[in-house]
Design a protein around this ligand. Sequence first.
Ligand code: BG6
Length: 498
Amino acid sequence: MAELEHSIIVIFGASGDLSHIKIFPALYSLWEEGFFPDNFFIVGFARTRFDDDGFRKTIFDALNVNCRKRPITDEDFLNFSSRIFYLTSQYEGAESYAELGRFINLKAKEYNIPKNIVYYLSTPPSVYMNVIDGINDAGLTGEDFKKDNFSRIVIEKPFGYDYESARDLNSKILSVFKEKEVYRIDHYLGKETVQNIFVFRFSNAIFEPVWNNKYIDHVQISSLESIGVGFRAGYFDKAGVIRDMMQNHMMQLLSAVAIEPPALFDADDIRNEKAKLLKSIRPLSLNDVRKYTVRGQYDRGAEGGKPVVSYKEEEGIPANSITDTYAALKLFIDNYRWAGVPFYLRSGKRLKKHKTEIAVYFKKLPYSLYGKDGIEKIKQNSIIITIQPNEGISINFGAKAPGFKVDVEPVNMVFNYKSSFKLSPPDAYERLIYDIILGDQTLFARYDDTLIAWQFITSVMNGWARMETPSFPNYEAGSWGPVEADRLITEDGRSWNN
Ligand code: BG6
């Protein structure tokens, strides 16, 4: 592992859930494993009133619930947390940022740390603009701060609300930071299984030659969750699954499975290929949105055998909400490799199973030597890339069942992470935070990828806004989603890999 430069990490929104559930557990794991700068300090900046000790206590409690390295001993925590500070602050106005600047100067001097600063925005998106202005107006990226040092900004999703707001947010960020200083997080890219899609495709001789429209019939990308909206009503009801999952995670999975091999595996080349790929998605007219997209919202039902309420009955959700908790769509990529191959994408909450996978189906045999049975039982060869849980890859094909007659039966060849590597992979956030401090943008979205993805998704949202809303709820909690989503694929003579 490369050694990391001494750094200062400022977390805006440090008192919030994300910081306690993901960011601090990742920081602690990196520190504990020795993958952290030797010299560092962390400043929490948020509205909730805490002193340093009070804030550290919330982090200690959170680590003992959410950190891969738990249980955390008092001694280890003391060593780690003596470099964590907290400033009770306001996002609006200049005073809190001026105070932050004074604090950084003071501590940087005390610990003899160069001002290599990561500004991590883990606030509600509504204050992103304030924070960027605050950083800028207080001169926190100015010469005094930047001279010979780095200054980077990390932005959590949702990156914008639609194409226009994402473009405005981009412009604001790029008026203060250079693109090479901007890290737009999509935690799916930090997942080992997503990074492995590139390795699977580009480091094996056997898959890439058949990875095209000559051999592949269609691709399914599914990110299905059994949980409901939980405690995130305020955010989710404004976003829906289309913004929450489709615009980012699903587009990243699509990119990983479909991009051309880059010249080099580096940030520029990978992201150039992604932008090219996303640009090749065929735009959807209003009529296409009608034909090729489905939205849904969950009704009452059951999860894990226990009854659960409908979306509209969840705490904080308006009783007349028309927010989508499920979306499915069919798209085409108009390029040489994929012309004519449909990609079916679906994502939703309160579904029968929790799984994220990419299922690649190969074309049917033109003719079966083994009669109707051969074709019917095998149907299609497939490669199933399971992103989570039971991370792995399976290749499905036909084999002769033992016996005197030729009986073709479907079998699987399975690679499973746990049994092959016997290691628990780092959490996505650990990998991403490590890369941020290292300065490697390969696993982060670039401004153009983000905007192109928004362009496509905004066309779907605009189509939905012009169409009549389906009568929600339209699928039972604990089911596979709306029947219309089955129709979307069965109409083409195919079916979801449930
Ligand atoms: C987040 C979404 O980005 O991803 C959540 O906001 C979703 O709604 C989550 O539940 C899924 O992440 P993972 O890693 O559990 O698949």
